[in-house]
Design a protein around this ligand. Structure first.
Ligand SMILES: *Cc1c(COP(=O)(O)O)cnc(C)c1O
Length: 404
């Protein structure tokens, strides 16, 4: 058995002199909100991804909420999305009292099964026979299907073509949750540039961080005016300070956070390269480890962006025991993700139950996120892999009735 060592970080932001300098400049300037730095961050973000507009907000969740509002999502409306994601990708649907319609994942890619999603959109939009079986058991009075939210889970591109085609045919919005996928692409098109809006989040475990912050990319001018108004208490542009045209929010991104984000954006290629090197370090070392499966390579034509490093454990391995063993050795891990439909308040609000989305549930039962960030050393990677192999060997066959 390998020796214990100091605690390894599960995730870590990569900030340095460039970020410090820009933040210090903001603090000395005296403009701490609604100043020039967020405008600079937005301009460089839009340019980097070839969008007409970028709108900075206080979080990825806020960005998704504003995108729901722009898509006209309201009480009783339906929004199609994946149950295998971080809960923030679905919660904004609930903020507007709309109804999430989950579609199971492709077990290989772990992203929403695009063929199933396209069929669900077509069935619901056209009230085809059996369409109600696609809805949550407790859906309440329904209105219209308004949007579809594909998520690029773990930085791996969801399959967009069938989703874009059916959304266009049925006149619904595509809101891309690219919060885990900055810098990923498919056929050369960046994540966040397929839908009417693409949404990013900058929490400290993401590929680039602001501390807290988010960004929306869009080419749609009316949507941009709406986003700018809604993030700032519903003020009209050019209106005087106390004129409010609509119910808005305080979803502003402050200047210090924008400064960190701007410096990080300028380092994006470096940050992504460092994460990819760590990921490849894991993949090559894990190739021969029995009971531990690395994720399938990304679909042809796509480039991933490494958000987390996730493996799948064989079915006869007690994941909790492996996690406890790793934790005892100073190696934190997380079960990524617990499917959204099985969270308690989704179950009670919508009547979801285990068995509703078997592929998402199977993935949720078997996946494990290992410590991952761009500064993870080779020695740390070796330590994680050795300990993981040992814990998995010890936990093999401990789950009764599960074939390997
Ligand atoms: C992180 C994340 C979000 C939300 O971003 P925050 O900035 O934390 O609000 C949304 N969706 C997914 C898939 C995420 O991973």
């Amino acid at each position: 058995m390998t020796t214990n060592g100091p605690e390894i970080a599960l995730a870590a932001p990569d900030v340095g002199e460039a970020e410090l300098l820009l933040v210090a400049e903001v603090l000395r300037s005296g403009r701490l909100s609604m100043g020039p730095v967020i405008e600079r961050f937005e301009a460089e973000f839009a340019a980097r991804f070839g969008a007409r507009f970028a709108v900075g907000v206080s979080s990825g969740t806020a960005a998704l909420h504003l995108a729901m509002l722009a898509a006209g999502v309201g009480e009783g409306d339906l929004v199609v999305t994946t149950p295998f994601s971080f809960i923030a990708s679905a919660n904004p649907i609930l903020y507007e009292r709309a109804v999430p319609v989950f579609v199971d994942i492709d077990p290989r890619t772990l992203t929403m099964d695009a063929a199933l999603a396209a069929d669900a959109v077509d069935a619901i939009a056209n009230r085809r026979s059996g369409w109600k079986r696609l809805l949550p058991p407790l859906a309440g009075p329904l209105r219209k299907l308004k949007a579809i939210v594909p998520v690029h889970v773990f930085g791996r591109m969801a399959e967009m073509a069938p989703i874009l085609a059916v959304a266009q045919a049925e006149g619904i919005a595509v809101i891309e949750d690219a919060c885990e996928a900055i810098g990923a692409s498919a056929d050369g098109v960046p994540a966040g540039r397929f839908g009417q809006a693409g949404v990013f989040g900058f929490y400290p475990n993401k590929q680039i961080t602001c501390g807290e912050g988010g960004m929306i990319l869009t080419d749609d001018e009316p949507w941009v005016h709406l986003f700018r108004s809604l993030r700032n208490q519903g003020r009209g542009e050019g209106d005087s300070w106390l004129q409010h045209e609509r119910l808005g929010f305080n979803y502003r991104l402050d200047e210090m956070s924008a400064a960190v984000g701007l410096a990080q954006l300028r380092r994006l290629d470096e940050l992504l390269r460092k994460r990819a090197e760590v990921a490849h370090g894991y993949s090559s070392r894990l190739a021969g480890v029995a009971g531990v499966e690395t994720l399938a390579p990304p679909r042809p034509g796509t480039e991933s962006s490494w958000f987390v490093y996730v493996v799948r454990l064989a079915r006869d391995i007690d994941r909790a025991a492996v996690m406890a063993g790793l934790a005892a050795g100073g190696i934190p891990t997380r079960p990524y993700f617990a499917p959204i439909h099985l969270q308690s308040f989704y179950r009670s609000a919508f009547g979801f139950a285990r068995g509703d989305f078997p592929h998402a549930e199977a993935a949720g039962d078997a996946t494990l996120a290992l410590p991952f960030h761009g500064d993870l050393s080779v020695a740390e990677i070796d330590r994680v892999v050795e300990r993981l192999a040992a814990e998995v060997a010890a936990a093999r066959g401990t789950v009764e009735g599960a074939g390997a």
